[in-house]
Design a binder for this molecule. Structure first.
Ligand code: FMN
Length: 190
């Protein structure tokens, strides 16, 4: 199973990096698999720790994909990392093995500490739709525009029917990014 999370890491100079990433469950371990190039990947090489933040605030997912990465954090308990203030729960991770790969290395992580901060309050279809749209936005450069538009049209139904203000704002940020991409002139052939 893949859990869609917000992963926090630290740059070599201590600065915090926040990125949405799908963590792959592998027994008791969690695998972080960033595609190259990736700041998360570079950070895991220089500081082999991360925090998996379980977060239903989709503004963080949409924000990270649209240049808004400055979310409030506090110090983690066991690893030299940070926890997102909005996380309902988090796992603190230590890299125990790296399977290198030219395209997508895999960092197998041991969970060294876990905390719960707030109750899960149920599924919301607009939150799921925003997460799906955020994935589309992360792949704008790879996907045909017709596919993106077809999927957005479907996802919008859940947003229109079930969103609260944060989901609406997140959706708007992502749709602005899609509109900017649509307006961009096509890349010249190489
Ligand atoms: C829900 C979600 C899951 C994602 N999972 C991955 C992933 O597993 N690997 C990856 O390389 N990018 C993933 N992305 C895209 C990254 O968030 C995005 O490319 C990000 O900038 C990671 O690169 P960075 O480490 O340089 O910040 C995901 C995006 C979303 C919205």
């Amino acid at each position: 199973m893949i859990r869609e999370t917000i992963v926090t890491t630290r740059h070599a100079d201590g600065r915090v990096h926040i990125a949405p990433l799908g963590l792959i469950e592998d027994g008791d371990a969690l695998v972080i698999a960033p595609f190259r190039p990736s700041t998360t990947l570079d950070n895991l090489v220089s500081n082999p720790h991360a925090v998996a933040n379980y977060c239903t605030d989709v503004l963080v997912f949409a924000g990270c994909l649209t240049g808004r990465r400055d979310w409030p954090v506090h110090a983690a308990t066991r690893v030299p990392g940070v926890v997102l203030d909005q996380a309902l729960a988090h796992d603190e991770l230590e890299v125990e093995r790296v399977d290198d790969d030219p395209q997508r290395p895999r960092f197998r992580c041991r969970v060294v500490h876990s905390e719960t901060h707030a109750p899960f309050q149920g599924f919301n279809r607009a939150q799921a739709a925003v997460v799906e749209a955020a994935i589309l936005v992360s792949r704008l450069h790879m996907l045909p525009m017709e596919k993106i538009e077809r999927e957005i049209e479907y996802l919008k139904i859940a947003v229109d029917k079930t969103a609260g203000p944060r989901e609406r704002q997140a959706w708007e940020w992502l749709m602005t990014r899609v509109a900017e991409h649509r307006a961009r002139p096509p890349e010249p052939p190489r």
